[in-house]
Design a binder for this molecule. Structure first.
Ligand SMILES: [Zn+2]
Length: 267
């Protein structure tokens, strides 16, 4: 049984802000990588105990953020980004999971929410608003692969439950910034949602392990309790971008007759 574990840095407990934690030049970048990798290890322990013997941690953060030397050796590390969608996910996987994920652009009370970059206001596929979680979940759905587990900040977990009510979630921190930030330009938006209350990393890792085990057991009992997304082809994507420098807010539309993954590659 094989599981694809998508990882990102912004949703990890203890990852505090953009400047110090998210880019290689940041003074706490190495700490951030360790914090993410230990959360991933919690998930690996749970999934392994729950019967998954093929665990692949996909490093989804822009600059890369999983430290392979600290990674539980039952998992393999995959760097598929930046390939096209669906980020090297394929039909060989049985299930999908997320660790350290952040909420989509414009989410109130989220910690460092964004969709791909600071530039997006929103992205919809057939009217369904999706962030990075929803995009990969839709691609997985197209392959018949269900999402079973997701961890990140509280607003992200609400987003995950709204799109996929069956998913097991773990909250590692709670963003405290009100408002969507839709009125801000891209640079200001990137600094706008950095306040949060974080749980202790050790506690979060234990909760991740327990919930990953629970998700794995539920999956093995009856995979059909992890549902499918209610969406039918043809597919239409609408991306709305915020103002940036001299560029005014604008909208882009794309259509594809049969594939969400190929549709997203058209952006
Ligand atoms: Zn991200």
């Amino acid at each position: 049984m094989k599981i694809y574990v998508q990882t990102d840095l912004e949703g990890v407990a203890g990852v505090i802000n953009v400047t110090d934690y998210l880019a290689p030049a940041g003074r706490y970048y190495e700490k951030a990588k360790r914090l993410l990798t230990e959360e991933v290890n919690g998930a690996v322990r749970g999934f392994a105990e729950g019967g998954f013997d093929g665990i692949v941690a996909a490093d989804g953060h822009g600059a890369g953020a999983v430290d392979i030397e600290l990674l539980d050796s039952r998992a393999r590390l995959m760097r598929g980004w930046p390939t096209g969608w669906p980020l090297l996910l394929d039909g060989s996987y049985d299930a999908l999971a997320f660790v350290g994920q952040h909420a989509k652009a414009g989410t109130e009370y989220a910690h460092i929410p964004h969709t791909q970059s600071w530039h997006y206001l929103d992205l919809t596929v057939n009217g369904i608003s999706v962030g990075e979680y929803g995009q990969l979940v839709l691609c997985a759905d197209e392959l018949g692969i269900p999402v079973i587990f997701a961890s990140g900040d509280a607003a992200f977990c609400r987003e995950a439950k709204e799109l996929t009510p069956w998913v097991e979630t773990v909250v590692g921190k709670v963003g405290t910034t009100p408002g969507s930030g839709d009125e801000l330009d891209a640079d200001a938006y990137g600094r706008s949602h950095e306040t949060a209350v974080h749980w202790h990393p050790e506690l979060v890792r234990r909760r991740i392990e327990e919930a990953a085990l629970k998700a794995a057991r539920r999956f093995h009992e009856d995979p059909s309790q992890f549902g499918r997304i209610d969406i039918e082809p043809p597919y239409k994507l609408v991306a709305r971008f915020r103002k940036h420098g001299d560029a005014e807010p604008h909208e882009v539309e794309r259509e594809h007759p049969s594939s969400i993954a190929e549709l997203m590659d058209m952006l």
